[in-house]
Design a protein around this ligand. Structure first.
Ligand SMILES: [Zn+2]
Length: 166
């Protein structure tokens, strides 16, 4: 059975970012004990990621690159927030490099990376950590099966065999 919309795909991947000079930096990889399982074609994954594995079968391997615009977008140099130091109260000011879990006025959660700390303010970069990066994926398809009715109604996969609770 080939990867197509409304199938549940289980795969292993290795993700690298690719610098402009072609140099790769390892980011993360899955293992056979803990592969990635997802419902294909419902917007869980990057559209170009899905496009690159559509039609593959269990056992197939592929490698492809996604430009930043097809992955997590270009960096926005204006996406910087000055957070008043008071906000951190008793917790104390975070160190540079710390990832802050933040929430906007609509309740959407996002992460920001501390880039500068002064006595008055913490400067945080709101760009996605992968923004502006070209991504390289090495993929091995482990299994493909039709989604169950329940998975389709929930809009997500229930584990590799469809029986995982949540
Ligand atoms: Zn569910």
């Amino acid at each position: 059975m080939a990867v197509e919309n409304n199938n549940v795909v289980t795969l292993n991947y290795t993700l690298h970012t690719v610098e402009e000079n072609g140099e790769k930096t390892f980011v993360e990889q899955t293992s056979s004990e803990n592969p990635l399982t997802f419902l294909h074609g419902v917007g869980m994954m990057l559209p170009k990621f899905e496009e690159n594995i559509t039609g593959l079968d269990a056992g197939d391997k592929t490698s492809f690159e996604l430009n930043a615009v097809d992955a997590y977008g270009e960096r926005d140099d204006k996406a910087i927030a000055q957070l008043p130091a008071d906000m951190f109260g008793e917790m104390g000011l975070p160190p540079v490099g710390e990832v802050l879990p933040l929430q906007d006025n609509d309740g959407n959660q996002f992460r920001a990376v501390v880039v500068e700390v002064t006595p008055e303010a913490v400067v945080a970069d709101l760009n996605h950590p992968m923004a502006g990066k070209k991504l390289n994926f090495d993929i091995e398809i482990l299994s493909v099966r039709p989604a169950t009715e329940e998975e389709l109604s929930h809009g997500h996969a229930h584990g590799a065999d469809g029986t995982e609770g949540h």
